[in-house]
Ligand binder design. Sequence first.
Ligand code: NAD
Ligand code: GLY
Length: 379
Amino acid sequence: MHRLEISLKQDAPSSQINIGRGIRRKLGQMLPLKTPRRVGIISNKRVFDLYGREVVRSLKAEGCKIFEWLMPDGERYKSFRVLEKAVTFLSENRFERNDLVVALGGGVVGDLAGFSAAIYLRGVPVVQVPTTLLSQVDSSVGGKTGINLPVGKNLVGAFHQPASVFIDTETLTSLPQRELVSGFCEMVKQSLISDRKLYDMTVGCLQKTAAKRDFLVSSEFEDLIAAQCGFKASIVANDERESTSRSDARSRRVLNFGHTTAHALETITSYRTFRHGEAVGYGMLVAGELSKNLGLLDARDLELLRDAVKLCGPLPRADHLDSNQIIRALQHDKKNVDGQINWVLLEAIGRPRIVEGRLISAKALRLSLRAGLKVLERQ
Ligand code: NAD
Ligand code: GLY
C-alpha cells in the first residue's frame, strides 16, 4: 500500500493518492472527508458490474447514503448531453456542497464525472477511483477534467483536483489487452521524460508483465504505479495549470510528449483506429526520430525509446496513413500557441525539450513521420 500527497496552492487542501491491491473494498474507511454524507457514484455498466457493489458496500458500512448513475461507455459520450444528465442526476438527488462524487471507471468516466463535480454548485468534492491502467497512472492524477466538442477532444473543461485518488491494481486483471497496451504506452511516455531510474523500472516491469500477466497484481507493479504517479504529481505540483509561458523541462507541457502526432493520428482516423495510448506510442517514435534528425538525441537513446515502445505490445498499423493529412492535422492541434506547433522532443532519457515548430524543416518532419510510423519489428 502506498500513499502520496500532492500539495498545490498554499490555501488548498492537498490531494492524496492511495495505491493498493484490493483498496476498493476499504474506500469508505479511507475517505479523507468526514462521513456520513451523500455519495454520487458515476460509472458505466461494464465497470459497475465488475466493481461497483464492493465500493457501495464499503461506503455504506461508513454510513454513506449512495446514489448511482451509469453513463454510456465510450469516448463519444464525453459530451455536453451526457454532462447535462450527470449534473441533473446530482441536482435531482439534492446534492449539496459537502456531498461527494465518486468517479469509478477509466479516463472517460473520470473526466466527465470530474467535470460534473467541478461545475455543479460551482464545485463539489470528487474522489477518483480509476480502473484502467491509463487512468491510474495519468488521467486520475492532476485535476484535468473535461468533455469533447464535435471538432476536437477535451476542448471544454476545468482544473478540479480530486480530494483523493484510490488506485486498486486488482481492477487491471479484467482489462482487455489493448487497454493495457494503451496504459503501458503512457507509462513509457512518463518514464522517458522523467529519468533513467523510472525508465529502467518501467521497462523491467513491462518485460515481467509480458512473461506473466499476473505480475500486474504484484507488489513490484504497485511500486511502479506509485513511482509513475509520484512523477506526474511532482510535475503537477510545480505547474498545475500548464502555463503557456513555461517551456522548461519540468513544466506540465512536457507531459504532452508524443501527443502532437498522437492527436493528429486520432483526428485523421476519426478516433476509430487507435486507443489513445497506442497513438501516443507512435507519437513518441516520431518525436524520437525528429529529436535525432535535429541532432538533439543520440542513436543509443533513440534505440532505448524504440525498445520501450516495442515492449508495450503490438500497435495498429500506421504506415499507410497519408503524411500530408497528418501534417495538416498537426497544424490545427489545440496545443498550438500563437499558431505554432510546440513539439516536446528529447535530448536524452529524462531530458525533454520544447521546440517551436518553425525551427523544424518540412523535410525533417516528413523523414521523421516516415521512420516513426513504420511497423516496429519485434525481436
Ligand atoms: P476508457 O475510459 O474509455 O476505458 C476503456 C475501456 O475499458 C472502456 O470500455 C471501459 O468501460 C473499460 N474498462 C474500464 N475499466 C475496466 C476494467 N477494470 N476492466 C474491464 N474494462 C474496463 O479509456 P481510458 O484509456 O481509461 O481513458 C481515455 C480517456 O482519458 C480519454 O477521454 C482521454 O482524453 C482521457 N485522458 C484524460 C487525461 C487527464 O489528465 N484528465 C489524461 C489522459 C487521458
Ligand atoms: N495528461 C497530461 C496532463 O495531465 O497534463
